[in-house]
Design a protein around this ligand. Structure first.
Ligand SMILES: *Cc1c(COP(=O)(O)O)cnc(C)c1O
Length: 393
């Protein structure tokens, strides 16, 4: 993956985007809100440090503008998932501390050193190879010790991590951070949280003096306040609610609008879309908009007769200030809305409707598609006209 071409203004680039009047969908990314979200979390966890997780192209909003805005707000430590993402952060932020959560593929240690990246070492093999790279360059290279306290995904089990303390294996590497990841931090009542905190504390005790990190976005809001020396929010920075079921303390960062292509009226009994899964319950006015699953809008948000009968959730948009339900299947490039509740004069060809924004937030869009807001963000399409607002140099 290569970085986008260097833009004339770092806050907006248009090389890969159609102009607004031509675009089927407009994506507006508010970098001032991103920075404000980071500051809110920073103040909440102080004196712990607040890092930023910018993996997956900064959860879909664009890694370069996100990192520039966060660095300008004062963020010094970034987490990515993969080497290529780390290199992109380094290119815009020469001073940053950058951790790569997915460790490092065999044989790539040199590239990590060249970009000044710190892998999250999660196995003895990882540590052995990083120690060999360290010996080759003649200094103990910093890394994160990744402890698995329950996810069973990446990282050393607590007992194996603790056993490293007296092991010659670790003499050649520098553990600059010891970290683990919550399984269910968005559920504050879940007893797994306390079990993970206890397991993490046991490992920490074996590595005194090494900064520790456990909390993701929701972890920051747990009653135990497991902030330690560093927190690692991702989703909340981008406006996602870290406290599901309670009011969202974060500001929205992403707004998505789709353009109306046609308005039509159907009679009772006519169907809409592929496989005729939605039947008009009476005369209905429909608006077809220029966004579809090829833009990352989930097909699972389709509106069908079966879902309506069963009371299951499906997609909605905001048209001229009113909530309008989807009608029929989400197609590759199109979504049909039932705009019967909107006065005819208030919705015309060329108008924009809101797919994400206002009271239709990321979390609700995810829920209506049977998924989570994280997946909505990281799927945001490439055909949208992307506009960055609120940035400053
Ligand atoms: C993705 C990730 C985070 C950020 O999680 P959010 O829920 O988006 O705040 C933190 N730590 C690790 C290890 C992750 O993989």
């Amino acid at each position: 993956m290569t970085a986008p071409p260097s833009p004339a203004s770092p806050w907006e680039w248009t090389e890969t985007c159609p102009p607004p009047c031509e675009a089927g969908g407009l994506l507006t990314i508010d970098l001032a809100a991103l920075a404000a979200n980071w500051r809110l979390l920073r103040d909440r966890v102080s004196p712990a440090e607040c890092a930023a997780v910018v993996k997956a192209d900064a959860y879909g909003i664009g890694i370069e503008p996100a990192v520039r805005a966060l660095a300008a707000a004062g963020c010094r430590t970034f987490f990515v998932a993969q080497l290529s993402e780390g290199a992109r952060v380094r290119a815009v932020c020469p001073q940053a501390v950058i951790y790569v959560l997915n460790s490092f593929p065999p044989g790539t240690g040199d590239t990590y050193v060249r970009h000044g990246l710190r892998p999250a070492l999660g196995s003895r093999e990882d540590i052995e190879e990083w120690a060999a790279v360290s010996r080759a360059v003649g200094r103990r290279l910093p890394a994160m010790l990744h402890v698995d306290t329950g996810m069973n995904r990446l990282g050393l089990p607590p007992a194996e991590a603790a056993a490293l303390a007296g092991d010659a294996l670790v003499q050649d590497v520098e553990f600059a951070l010891v970290a683990s990841h919550f399984v269910s931090s968005e559920e504050p009542e879940n007893p797994i949280n306390a079990r993970q905190v206890a397991a993490f504390e046991a490992v920490r005790a074996v590595f005194p003096g090494i900064p520790a990190s456990l909390a993701n976005s929701s972890g920051i809001f747990l009653p135990q306040r497991p902030h330690y020396q560093l927190v690692r929010p991702g989703y909340a920075l981008y406006g996602g609610n870290p406290t599901p079921g309670r009011p969202n303390p974060m500001s929205p960062v992403v707004r998505l609008e789709g353009r109306v292509l046609q308005i039509r009226t159907v009679r009772e009994g006519e169907t809409v879309g592929y496989n005729a899964q939605w039947t008009a319950p009476g005369e209905r006015r429909l608006a077809t908009i220029s966004v579809g699953y090829a833009d990352g809008y989930p097909r699972a948000a389709s509106a069908t007769d079966a879902k309506r009968a069963g009371g299951a959730a499906f997609g909605e948009a905001i048209v001229a200030g009113r909530r309008c339900p989807f009608a029929g299947r989400v197609s590759m490039d199109l979504i049909v809305l039932d705009v019967s509740q909107v006065p005819a004069a208030d919705v015309c060809r060329g108008d924009l409707v809101t797919l994400i924004g206002g009271d239709l937030d990321l979390d609700e869009v995810g829920r209506r598609a049977g998924t989570i807001g994280y997946e909505i963000l990281t799927s945001l399409g490439r055909r949208y006209r992307r506009t960055y607002v609120g940035g400053s140099l």
